[in-house]
Ligand binder design. Structure first.
Ligand SMILES: [Zn+2]
Length: 170
């Protein structure tokens, strides 16, 4: 597996016409709450841990299921991160898990729709699914910058789906 200039590949893709069917173009009325995870839509974006005191008191909250929760309910990931099981991975399992978890917490606080959906430590590859292709890329980049190794991004041409592969053998 060859390393690539990820930011370059990704930037190019961001300009492509692929769109995410879970992200509606239409804006939600405000304020809106997700009935599943409780995030709030306000001022044109979703907020995690939003202080509801800041919302106008006279307005009722609209209720929807947010795009991330809809993907989770549909079991339909936007991103896959694969971590190849290896001697290195087995020797650094806790650190790798810790890094992925921390990065995911950070990502969700910045972008509430970016979440890990499932995490299965399979052999020959761990499979981690995400509600956002950006998150799969972010996790792969974090692994690569912390532990080196090789990593590769593959975009599906016809749909909003990204697969990120990271491995380090020894
Ligand atoms: Zn939600």
């Amino acid at each position: 597996m060859k390393s690539r200039n990820v930011s370059e590949v990704y930037r190019k893709d961001m300009h492509s016409k692929r769109s995410d069917p879970y992200l509606d173009d239409k804006q939600h009325p405000e304020p809106t709450i997700c009935t599943q995870c409780g995030i709030i839509y306000h001022k044109g974006m979703w907020w995690d841990d939003f202080d509801r005191q800041q919302l106008p008191k006279d307005k009722e909250l609209y209720r929807v299921v947010c795009p991330a929760c809809r993907r989770i309910m549909d079991k339909n990931p936007a991103g896959y991160l694969y971590v190849t099981d290896s001697e290195f991975v087995r020797g650094h399992e806790k650190e790798i898990e810790h890094l992925i978890s921390n990065e995911a917490v950070q990502a969700k606080s910045e972008h509430p729709l970016q979440r890990i959906m499932t995490w299965e430590k399979l052999s020959p590859k761990w499979e981690i699914t995400t509600t956002s292709d950006h998150l799969a890329v972010r996790l792969g980049k974090a692994l690569n910058s912390a532990f080196k190794g090789d990593f590769e991004i593959k975009f599906a041409d016809d749909q909003k789906l990204t697969r990120v592969y990271w491995e380090r053998k020894s």
